[in-house]
Design a protein. Structure first.
Length: 351
């Protein structure tokens, strides 16, 4: 064999070897990805099983004629934040809800309405048959009483609930690598153990779980309504981080963070159906706050809701869930609006 032929044969063999190595590496990477995805799915399934807790004798909202399917229907989810920390000596059965956020989801236009409910709102609680602070509903009757109170307040069904304690909140924020939010003021605040160890700085900040929780809870320098707005902002920041490409490898940590700190009546299959909302980017989230005023006429502080404004919010949510036709509604002054109910009300929220 000629030397040149030998060199060509050697070069050709080298190319074949390089191709084989490349194919082997590609196959190995593929198997790793599949294994990771399979492991992640199994971990998520196990978490969903541990977290599942149906509300007794409530297969669906009594306001619904049939149970909804999130992949196809407009649905609502009530997020309940509770403080079950040892420092506050509150068990799950008698803790008050520290945060209430009601979300309605519309898959057709890929939008979410997120309503913050001030914890001191004066509302009728069916569990006890009288009005009180809405935060007390959970102490009176747990998840069921809270759901029924919110349904009574807005006259819409609550299809699902998600209840988390503060340990999960801290761990989830840390699991996604922290969040970027606008801090409204400088403040030293309590940590999850009620110790003043958290120092918040005014301006756009990157917060870990402990600092994010402190920002979500504080209300000493403003109002409960502003507190609700901060909670909405933080929830949106978490959603933004959770769907980012850089967070894909952190999903396992997020699942672990939720762990035994969450309860929900959503099965694993129901949870997966909500992924449709995240395809192609985050849905358009519109945040709403309930207007009202401070009231100490009874000697106890309440946040009395503006009934006219509350009626407008009710109508907006009913339209978003497809439970009411999109028609004109009343403004604060009582005059009818023309055009889209949703656009008119949202304009008033932005004023």
């Amino acid at each position: 064999m000629k030397r040149t032929d030998y060199k060509k044969q050697k070069k050709s063999s080298g190319k074949r070897l390089a191709i084989k190595v490349a194919l082997l590496l590609t196959l190995s990477l593929f198997l790793v990805v599949v294994a990771y995805a399979t492991s992640l799915q199994k971990k998520a399934e196990n978490m969903a099983v541990r977290a599942y807790e149906a509300v007794p004798d409530r297969p669906k909202s009594e306001i619904r004629e049939v149970k909804v399917e999130p992949a196809n229907d407009n649905v609502s989810i009530l997020f309940i934040g509770v403080d079950d920390s040892e420092a506050r000596h509150q068990g799950d059965s008698n803790s008050r809800s520290d945060a209430l956020l009601l979300a309605t989801l519309n898959p057709d236009n890929k939008t979410v309405k997120l309503v913050s409910i001030p914890r001191d709102s004066y509302a009728y609680i069916p569990e006890v048959g009288y009005k009180d602070k809405i935060t007390h509903a959970h102490a009176f009757g747990g998840t069921r009483a809270t759901i029924e109170t919110v349904e009574e307040l807005f006259e819409i069904p609550v299809d699902y609930y998600v209840k988390m304690n503060f340990n999960a909140f801290i761990d989830v924020v840390d699991a996604v690598g922290g969040i970027d939010v606008e801090v409204p003021y400088d403040r030293t605040e309590k940590d999850e153990n009620d110790k003043y160890s958290i120092h918040l700085k005014k301006g756009m900040q990157h917060l870990d779980g402990k600092h994010a929780l402190a920002l979500a809870r504080t209300r000493k320098l403003d109002t409960d309504v502003e507190r609700g707005k901060r909670q909405q902002m933080i929830l949106q920041a978490i959603m933004k981080e959770a769907v980012s490409v850089k967070s894909i490898t952190k999903y396992g940590d997020v699942i672990e963070a939720v762990g035994d700190n969450m309860k929900t009546d959503m099965t694993y299959d129901v949870m997966k159906s909500f992924l449709e909302y995240a395809k192609g980017g985050l849905p358009q989230v519109e945040t709403l706050s309930l207007k009202g005023y401070d009231d100490m006429s009874t000697g106890t502080y309440f946040w009395k809701l503006d009934e006219t404004y509350l009626a407008e919010v009710k109508q907006l949510l009913k339209v978003h869930l497809g439970l009411s036709p999109d028609s004109s509604i009343l403004t604060d002054s009582g005059s009818k609006m023309n055009g889209s109910t949703e656009e008119a009300l949202e304009d008033s929220f932005n004023d």
